[in-house]
Design a protein around this ligand. Sequence first.
Ligand code: NA7
Length: 532
Amino acid sequence: MSNRLHFDAVVIGAGFAGMFMLQRLRELGLRTRVLEAGSDVGGTWYWNRYPGARCDVESMEYSYSFDGALQQEWEWSERYSAQPEILKYAQYVADRFELRKDIQFQTKVVSAKWSEKASRWTVLTDTGERFECQFLITAVGCLSLPNRPKFPGDDEFAGQIYHTGLWPKAPVDFRGKRVGVIGTGSSAIQLVPLVAKDADRLFVFQRTPNYSLPAKNRKLDPVAVNRYKSRYDVYRRLARKAAVGIAAFPTPIKSALEVDDVERDLTYTHAWSAGSTGFSRAYIDIIRDEEANLTAAEFARARIRDAVKNKKVAEKLVPTYPIGTKRLCLDTGYFETFDRPNVDLVDVRSDPIVSLTREGLRTVSAEYALDAIVFATGFDAVTGPLQAIDIRNQFDQALSEKWKEGPQTYLGLMTSGFKNLFMITGPGSPSILVNVFVAIEQHVEWITQCLTHMRQENKSVIDAEETAERHWREEVDAIANRTLLAKANSWYVGANIEGKPRVFLPYAGGMAEYTAVCERVVAEGYSGFQMS
Ligand code: NA7
């Protein structure tokens, strides 16, 4: 342990949340250091470099709104941006606001401990450095701890192993190779069509088929972009007031069950052709009512059957769970890929993977010779990245110990007993259920406002009250239980990670409602928080 480094605030992570937090803390005049495991900014978009990685929120909305000049000068080229362009945007923002001078890269935070006596956090890193700070702010992202299932024989495989969430920087050449992709979530759905074009043979190991609609991605028309930009503030305001933080999404007013078949079919056809995850918002009750959901699910299932010529394979690709209860995907030619002669779909629900072998992969009934295996197996979402750090309060209680039955937070911003620890897009906040940029900006602004208030009131320590936290947990659960979301075996409830408690992780009440609650808390003099 070398020198101690003293700061007012330490921010963990230099993705979009950490970058904006840094910018705001600087404006407050706080001496801040951002610690980032990667070698550059970008977070999720730094790590997820797999072929086809692309955002499912439209570029014009998936960007910062905090700086008018920035949003005017940045030019997006496509309706849905691909990873390289989003990473370039992150780098551009870092340059423009000279953020890098306060970011320490290739530095992973391993632990943080609050000292009651000093009223400070001590943060230790894998570089052996020790940072001391008054405020610790996590900006670790919700989908940043890869889930890489281990199989017997894991170390024996002689070929290359990749994970979509830890993709190498150097291009991967699949030409002439036999490739296996494990998983059929959003990442695989984006990756598979591109790998299929290059690989000699591609085996897609599917446990659960997923819903996906054609993204209808396209180059952006500069005239339309300029028109959009001339009203950017209006769109941003609309986004903040919209349930999912996306201005372009429809605000449903009707029930799927109150209209006749013809009207419903027209609505779904229109929503499907829009190429957006807003499809599940075509009616107010798709995510709330099983019967309503079935109408949308049946429409989507028919589209998948239409897309695949091989009817036997098509049937295997048709999801059976209620649509929209796991994250709806957008694709470019995913289902059609399974008609290619070099692509095979392997149902590992009925024929599970038993082991990796030197030559490839073995299921109960077959062996697959492979040169490369891609794990598109997702993430230990939302709580995983926070619990991966050994965060301890003054009683030496670990965050992961406190959260062993599931996360407990107040507004997803703080967790009681862990003083001066703020979380951006923490569990219990809208985060990944909404346009994450809107969620990030709202959280950063709230934290900034709170720190300003503390300074004005001459307070140096803040904590969440246990009662407020308990009520918030009940509220988050109650809202989720009014939807079908809580029932699905998704990463929203931690069902993808063995042994993870089944708790609904994000707040499902919508961005506008959540913001209103946060504003009310402030208006009530930070009700539910204790400052000293
Ligand atoms: P997801 O959506 O969690 O998908 C992971 C996929 O991997 C999913 O199909 C899983 O099947 C599959 N999986 C996980 N473990 C296994 C094992 N052991 N065997 C076979 N198949 C397995 O992750 P993504 O990266 O695609 O997407 C995450 C989010 O990133 C996405 O929602 C976007 O917001 C961006 P399962 O469904 O569990 O049966």
